[in-house]
Design a protein around this ligand. Structure first.
Ligand SMILES: NC(=O)c1ccc[n+]([C@@H]2O[C@H](COP(=O)([O-])OP(=O)(O)OC[C@H]3O[C@@H](n4cnc5c(N)ncnc54)[C@H](OP(=O)(O)O)[C@@H]3O)[C@@H](O)[C@H]2O)c1
Length: 266
């Protein structure tokens, strides 16, 4: 039977996950904070496997539920309705936008924080460590020499297997980084975060050329062995969390362009 991915968040990342999923033959139910009618254009673009719904409808329909929404909003997620669901945590901690003392003190990882709120859910951290553009454009079918590898982390083996099957179907090999307590190994500022999935942008380009190169240049794949080495070599960051200053500059520039209503030509 065709599986359905419920998606809570229909922005940059929510759109990328939806595109990956429908391309692989999954149904998707996309939701956001403003209501289903606000994403009619995205649903039309995604085609007949996609529909818009409320958050509750996305949860009810989802065999897996993805969370591409700001970490700052995790407590708005309805834990009772998500109980029993396999949940993909795509959030990341950026203290310049939102601060949490327990995270700052490294008392738990951001995905443990999400799991603690979603007490009855099976949280798997995944599809959080690359730009929304590359999340879609880096995907390759099994056996393709350009296929790259994604890390996941989670406390439940069966849930991790479900998410692994999903990632493999949409275009990625997968390595297991361990339980959520170890998910700091794949958080912002670690070796496997963002940079391995982004193309090298040559020096000497104008700002617009840099953005085009970032979007258009091919990205060498990360092998499962290389992913494993990056995970194993990670050091827990202090202070905790990511910064925009440590992101690929073209990612930040494209993000800022979108926020101000500009578009980027590939
Ligand atoms: N941008 C990236 O390249 C990237 C890559 C990897 C991971 N991430 C992570 O992915 C998450 C989303 O990033 P994004 O760039 O896609 O953000 P975005 O474009 O701002 O989209 C966020 C979405 O979350 C929805 N939302 C917010 N609060 C909600 C709530 N309480 N209930 C339902 N929906 C809610 C928003 O709804 P409305 O549309 O109604 O406002 C919006 O659709 C963040 O945690 C980010 O750290 C981002």
């Amino acid at each position: 039977m065709t599986q359905t991915i419920g998606i809570i968040g229909s922005g940059l990342v929510g759109g990328a996950v939806a595109r990956l999923a429908v391309d692989a033959g999954y149904r998707v139910v996309l939701s956001n904070s403003r209501g289903p009618e606000t994403i009619a254009h995205l649903i039309a673009e995604l085609g007949p496997l996609a529909r818009a719904g409320t958050v509750d409808e996305a949860i009810a329909a989802g065999d897996i539920v993805a969370l591409p929404l700001p970490l700052a909003n995790f407590e708005a997620l309805p834990a009772d309705k998500l109980a029993g669901k396999v949940v993909i945590d795509q959030t990341n901690y950026y203290p310049e936008f939102w601060r949490n003392t327990e995270l700052d003190n490294a008392e738990l990882t951001s995905s443990e924080l999400v799991q603690r709120h979603l007490r009855g859910s099976l949280v798997v951290k995944a599809l959080h460590n690359l730009d929304w553009n590359h999340m879609y454009s880096n995907a390759r079918p099994k056996g393709d020499p350009g296929r790259t590898t994604m890390p996941i982390a989670g406390n439940d083996a069966a849930a991790k297997e479900r998410v692994t099957q999903f990632l493999e179907a949409v275009g990625y090999d997968v390595v297991d980084a361990g339980p959520l307590a170890e998910s700091w190994r794949i958080e912002p500022e670690t070796p496997i975060y963002f940079w391995p999935y982004a193309p090298a942008v040559p020096d000497g380009l104008t700002a617009d050329e840099q953005k085009s190169a970032y979007l258009g240049h091919p990205v060498p794949p990360v092998s499962p062995d290389a992913a494993r080495k990056m995970i194993d070599s990670a050091v827990r960051t202090s202070p905790v969390g990511g910064t925009l200053a440590a992101m690929p500059p073209a990612h930040v520039a494209i993000f800022m362009d979108l926020a101000s209503g500009n578009t980027v030509q590939k």
